[in-house]
Design a protein. Structure first.
Length: 68
């Protein structure tokens, strides 16, 4: 099992500039429609939203595979 790195939205976009803050927040807002919630990539601690980097990129890869 791979270890997870939890990042805030701002930390995530600083490390991964391919994602914008608005784009990432849109994905999170629609997480139940786009399958992101089911992936377990979004963790909430009170009002704070954390992104599990490993699960998020597994979800991104699954989106690519489902369109092929």
């Amino acid at each position: 099992m791979s270890s997870s790195l939890y990042l805030t939205v701002k930390q995530f976009i600083a490390i991964h500039p391919a994602f914008t803050q608005g784009g990432l927040r849109s994905l999170i807002f629609n997480e139940y429609k786009n399958g992101l919630a089911k992936s377990g990539a979004i963790v909430r601690l009170g009002r704070k939203i954390l992104i599990d980097e490993y699960r998020f990129f597994n979800w991104v890869q699954s989106q690519n595979e489902s369109t092929s």
